[in-house]
Write a protein that binds this ligand. Structure first.
Ligand code: MG
Length: 404
């Protein structure tokens, strides 16, 4: 007999707004109608808005100019990225006191695996442990969490959404799905609620009459596999029943982050290589941002058709994390490598190293170094917005033109 996994997802409520209120730039601490994001009143997009501003129809990813029209009383402040990274680390520190197996999934989302801690917690129900965590984080960081629990990361994630307090709602910040109750729990959702089922996938599913979890439950695995292919059909069949076997993985502090691609056929066209490079730079920089880091060194690796491997690096005065800046440097390095030896390539890679904490020692303030034209605050804001949209709608949302 196997013991059920005990997984929690702890997710800060209105994180960017809450941190902006705590750090209080430009009177944000007292503003009821608060919008966080953009680069000014009229440019950029909304990262997050207070519940009061949301009541006016303001939501994340909306153009700032439109948000300000909908809610003209709103105070608009930039996202306090460094304070957010710092607060995220503080939340993680508190949570690690409850279990060492903590995976930080984004700046304000943490998966915890409490399997095997039943004796340690004297058989305390998982929901009670979650409430103690919530109280400890609130007391020590002034931030409120919603915590979902269940036998998998997937169920915990959806349960956290159910736990989230809404104006007029009854949720109290903790919702735990008991082992065996997963399939029942799933019946309340439409497929659009399921992570990684973005608008495109939804359209495809709708063509087979699949809009809700109940619609999927009526189909057997073979039918779904016939419609969607073996991989996606099986995936959907399992998720609709609340089945997920992805383990909670403790984050390791990476020394470098790299992405490479071996081509199906050797590539010799500069434009085609640049397109691949863009995709790689995009993916590597997204991971660096996800970890709350910035990189000082960019390296491009090229393996020629005859297996000769060559690389070129550049170390920057100011660390970067936006895909635009990483790509700009990588493009230069690729041009240099191609100029030195122009033969078809079989592999291309981008590595980011000399990683430091965003806002930490070793990173000069971008605003204080007018010589730095490589990466602007706007580049960072745009990159992080794209990360958020992808988090919601899946990795293929907002492709940036590069081959993936
Ligand atoms: Mg959150």
């Amino acid at each position: 007999m196997s013991t059920a996994q005990r997984v929690l997802l702890a997710d800060a409520d209105a994180f960017y707004v809450a941190v902006a209120r705590l750090t209080d730039p430009e009177g944000a601490g007292k503003a009821r109608f608060l919008i966080v994001g953009g680069s000014s009143q009229q440019r950029g997009v909304v990262t997050s808005a207070s519940y009061e501003a949301r009541a006016f129809g303001v939501h994340s990813a909306m153009p700032m100019a439109r948000a300000v029209r909908l809610c003209p009383e709103a105070t608009v402040v930039p996202v306090p990225w460094e304070a957010c990274a710092q607060k995220g680390r503080e939340i993680g520190t508190v949570l690690r006191r409850f279990t060492p197996v903590v995976e930080q999934a984004s700046s304000d989302e943490f998966y915890l695996d409490l399997s095997g801690t039943e004796e340690l917690y004297r058989r305390e129900p998982l929901a009670a442990t979650a409430r103690r965590m919530r109280d400890a984080v609130l007391a020590e960081t002034s931030l409120a969490l919603s915590i979902g629990g269940g036998t998998s990361k997937f169920v915990a994630k959806l349960a956290a959404g159910v736990a989230k307090p809404r104006p007029g709602g009854a949720a109290d910040g903790v919702h735990v799905v008991a082992p065996g109750a997963e399939a029942d729990f799933m019946l309340q959702f439409v497929l659009a609620d399921i992570p990684l089922i973005g608008p495109k996938f939804q359209e495809r599913l709708a063509r087979f009459g699949l809009r809700t979890v109940r619609d999927v439950i009526r189909c057997d695995r073979e039918t779904l596999a016939g419609w969607l292919g073996e991989r996606e059909g099986t995936w959907l069949h399992e998720r609709a029943r609340g089945i997920d076997r992805t383990p909670v993985e403790t984050n390791r502090e990476a020394k470098s982050v790299s992405r490479d691609e071996t081509f199906a056929t050797d590539l010799d066209d500069d434009a085609a290589l640049a397109a691949r490079l863009l995709g790689l730079a995009d993916r590597a920089s997204a991971e660096v941002r996800e970890s709350g880091l910035v990189a000082r060194t960019v390296t491009v690796k090229l393996r020629d058709a005859d297996f000769t491997t060559r690389q070129a690096s550049r170390t920057l005065a100011d660390a970067v994390q936006s895909d635009r800046a990483v790509y700009a440097v990588a493009r230069e390095l690729l041009t240099r490598l191609r100029a030195a030896r122009r033969v078809p390539a079989r592999l291309l890679g981008v590595a980011l190293s000399q990683l430091v904490r965003a806002g930490g020692a070793g990173q000069l303030s971008l605003l204080e170094s007018p010589g730095n034209t490589l990466e602007t605050e706007r580049d960072r804001v745009i990159s992080r917005m794209i990360d958020e949209v992808r988090e919601k709608f899946g990795p293929d949302a907002l492709g940036r033109g590069g081959a993936r």
